[in-house]
Design a protein around this ligand. Sequence first.
Ligand SMILES: Cc1cn([C@H]2C[C@H](O)[C@@H](COP(=O)(O)OP(=O)(O)OP(=O)(O)O)O2)c(=O)[nH]c1=O
Length: 194
Amino acid sequence: MTLVLASTSPRRRELLGQLGLGNEGFSFEQVSPDIDEAYLEGETAAEHVLRLAVGKARVGLDLCRQLPEPVVLGSDTIVVLGEEILGKPLDAADAKAMLTRLSGRTHRVMTAVAITDGKQTLTRLSETSVRFSPMSAGDIDAYVATGEPLDKAGAYGIQGLGGCFVAAIDGSYSSVVGLPLVETRELLYAMGCL
Ligand SMILES: Cc1cn([C@H]2C[C@H](O)[C@@H](COP(=O)(O)OP(=O)(O)OP(=O)(O)O)O2)c(=O)[nH]c1=O
């Protein structure tokens, strides 16, 4: 059996490494799933993020059929403000607009994880509440100028400079960074990988 992480994200790779798979002489491969992440009219935020995680796992499986018994993990993270989904910002102006809206408010971060071996596909959804401190326009400009927000859902990284603006979280830190460790471990057990 070969465990494959279908993700381009170095953060997800590092988090998966935190599960200690390497310590058990069990390594994993990484492939880049290229899927359309567009929102489909009518789906809830939970349905959206779960669909993308399953999509990444399935596309990942197609990319690694040559490996012995591949088991593929895909994940997706979104920020939800009220009913609105914030994905990755399109550019610096979009990042500033997102951060202006998140400033001083509480939002939800949803991360879905999917695992598939081609016969069965299992999923988990993790939801975390994050409260931002108020940010000044100068704070936002300076933060966006660092470039950190540009490849992250909601235009911030809790694990980086963005952590300065996080007043409180209720839920899973690893899930906000991109891969909920408890739920991922449960899925790996359920698939017989651990
Ligand atoms: C909110 C938040 C998100 N993020 C990241 C997690 C995800 O990598 C990213 C959201 O984009 P995703 O589309 O979930 O993932 P990705 O494009 O980075 O990687 P891949 O699809 O190849 O697996 O935002 C942080 O790193 N820190 C944070 O605090």
